[in-house]
Design a protein around this ligand. Structure first.
Ligand code: SF4
Length: 177
């Protein structure tokens, strides 16, 4: 087991009573950074900085930041929810570490999608078949992971095959947080 012990700390943003969510940090005994390339390989849209030993990703609707001696996440309704999440995160880390021999580690440093880059590759008909008012709105939502390429039926037409392939490649190497 890689992550054996951690001390949970629950943080409420100070002097901001309009925010009702709490954040959580697990202060870790030891160094969990050896698991980062394996998590980076299996979690879609993760953002990995090998030099700084920081891994960020979205999991169960929360943005997680892992450092060698710390796991942090935010947006919880209360302390119990935050503590439960840290326990599940510990399990994710340890389960991934246990099966590391079956995973090809990755040091890929993904980049965030830029809406204008996505837009240029869309059919740009503004046909609304995806449920969005314009192709640019679709592009913007795609960069945030709120829609998928499958929602655009026009992209399945043969004349857009090359553009779709390029978009799929961009998405496979993109950060979604
Ligand atoms: S279905 Fe495709 S082409 Fe039509 S508006 Fe949506 S993104 Fe644009």
């Amino acid at each position: 087991m890689l992550l054996t012990n951690y001390e949970p700390e629950i943080i409420r943003p100070p002097c901001d009573y309009s925010r009702e969510t709490v954040n959580a940090i697990g202060h870790i005994t030891g160094d969990i950074s050896p698991v980062f390339p394996y998590l980076n390989a299996v979690i879609p849209g993760a953002e990995y900085q090998p030099a700084g030993k920081v891994l960020r990703f979205k999991w169960e609707g929360h943005v997680v930041t892992l450092r060698p001696d710390e796991m942090a996440a935010g947006g919880f309704n209360d302390a119990d929810e935050a503590v439960d999440f840290l326990a599940r995160l510990q399990k994710l880390i340890n389960d991934t570490w246990e099966r590391r021999h079956t995973i090809q580690p990755s040091e890929v440093q993904r980049k965030r999608l830029v809406a204008t880059d996505v837009y240029r590759l869309l059919p740009r008909t503004n046909c609304k078949a995806c449920g969005q008012p314009t192709c640019f709105t679709f592009a913007a939502k795609l960069t945030m992971g709120e829609v998928t390429l499958e929602a655009c039926p026009v992209l399945t037409e043969p004349q857009f095959a090359a553009q779709r392939a390029k978009l799929e490649e961009m998405i496979a190497n993109a950060v979604f947080l």
